[in-house]
Design a protein around this ligand. Structure first.
Ligand SMILES: Nc1ncnc2c1ncn2[C@@H]1O[C@H](COP(=O)(O)OP(=O)(O)OP(=O)(O)O)[C@@H](O)[C@H]1O
Length: 363
């Protein structure tokens, strides 16, 4: 494996990038700093520009404005093959008529490396992805997961400075995805390879990546660790994209020093002091920031709201209730420990909101 170690992990900088296809602006003033050796994700809904940004770093797209630096060097004007980046495509793009070994060797032969060096690196790469012994097969004789590993082996064999992965798990079934994403993380760690991973799946990004850039409509919304993004979303889009969020419309009221949030229908939720109130704010909290109480009880220090159970969903580890509060519906997760003590649809529910967890966010 030492034959494949990244020489010196390189960082990536994207500076002030604007990219349009005709009249459609696909990337809008994108600025990013990806640290050397980091496993980084571009996360966002379909069509938000993730692949376009990845291809820009690889050199397959050109921007109208801004630049890309790899390892401190401006690569904006270089073609892909001079950039020292390895990209694994969503479709794998393997040569069907070549054996696995030849597929992996192809890029090294093009670089005219000595034959012995090629053989050593190919075997090391196949071992690394768990495909030693399958070098003589053709891609059609492999499963989807194995083909994906060939694509990965082929890319790491050239020892790129950075590895770019475009939805690498999307062709695999759910169970294999979980296994392969762990393997990807292990491989990335052992090679200390700066890696950028494109996905629209938040669980995938959360489980394998050090940091994530959340994108929407061509703009980076927020960059942070999975936990930072979940606990401190910068706006409603990020809050709703990472995990389940209660987003409640209403009005912020101030009486003296105290503030409250009035939900349509008149229910008032007292707000903790000192909470910042952005323009057009909505109240945001997670289903687990709320607990259900027996009606009539009023615990100290918690914010009590009353409502009616509109529906419920059994999720195994918890019961998720949809509770109508004024004009809004609030999702509440109650741990399921095996008892029968759950509320029925149509019944009254008293909710205690953990005031330290609520946020006021704008779109
Ligand atoms: N070659 C092209 N010509 C014109 N428009 C394009 C081209 N490639 C992409 N687009 C448009 O640019 C936008 C961003 O596409 P992109 O593939 O980067 O999104 P994405 O976030 O990777 O989406 P997905 O998860 O569906 O792959 C989309 O609206 C897409 O239709």
């Amino acid at each position: 494996m030492s034959e494949l170690l990244a020489r010196e992990p390189a960082g990536i900088r994207v500076e002030g990038v604007d990219l349009s296809y005709g009249a459609t602006r696909v990337l809008k003033d994108v600025n990013l700093e990806i640290r050397p050796g980091e496993f980084f994700a571009f996360l966002g809904p379909s069509g938000c520009g993730k692949t376009t940004l990845l291809r820009l770093i690889a050199g397959f797209n050109a921007a109208q404005r801004g630049r890309v630096l790899v390892g401190g060097k401006d690569v904006s004007a270089l073609p892909p093959w001079k950039r020292d980046v390895g990209m694994v495509f969503q479709s794998y793009a393997l040569w069907p008529h070549m054996t696995v070994r030849r597929n992996v060797a192809f890029g090294l032969e093009e670089r005219r490396l000595p034959r012995a060096e090629i053989a050593t690196r190919v075997e090391a790469a196949l071992r690394l992805v768990g495909l030693d012994g399958m070098g003589d097969r053709r891609p059609a004789q492999l499963s989807g997961g194995q083909q994906q590993r060939v694509a990965l082996a082929r890319t790491v064999a050239v020892r790129p400075q950075v590895l770019l992965l475009d939805e690498p798990l999307s062709n695999l079934d759910a169970r294999l995805r979980v296994q392969v994403r762990r393997e990807l993380r292990d491989l990335q760690q052992s090679l200390r390879l700066t890696t950028v991973f494109v996905t629209h799946d938040q669980e995938e990004a959360n489980t394998v990546c050090d940091r994530i850039a959340v994108m929407n409509e061509g703009a980076v919304q927020q960059v942070g660790t999975p936990m930072e993004l979940y606990d401190h979303p910068a706006n409603l889009f990020v809050a709703g994209f990472l995990g389940t969020a209660n987003i409640v419309p209403g009005t912020v009221l101030r009486e003296g020093g105290a503030a409250a949030f009035e939900v349509a229908g008149g229910t008032r939720i007292p707000l903790p002091p000192g909470l910042a109130v952005p323009e057009g704010a909505r109240l945001m909290f997670r289903p687990q920031d709320v607990s259900l109480l027996p009606p009539g009880s009023d615990p100290a220090g918690r914010r009590l709201i009353e409502g009616e159970v509109a529906h419920r969903e059994f999720l195994g580890a918890s019961m998720r209730y949809g509770v109508r509060v004024g004009g809004a519906e609030v999702l509440v997760d109650v741990p399921h420990t095996g008892g029968e003590g759950h509320l029925q649809v149509g019944g009254r529910a008293a909710l205690a909101l953990d005031a330290t967890r609520v946020k006021l966010l704008a779109g």
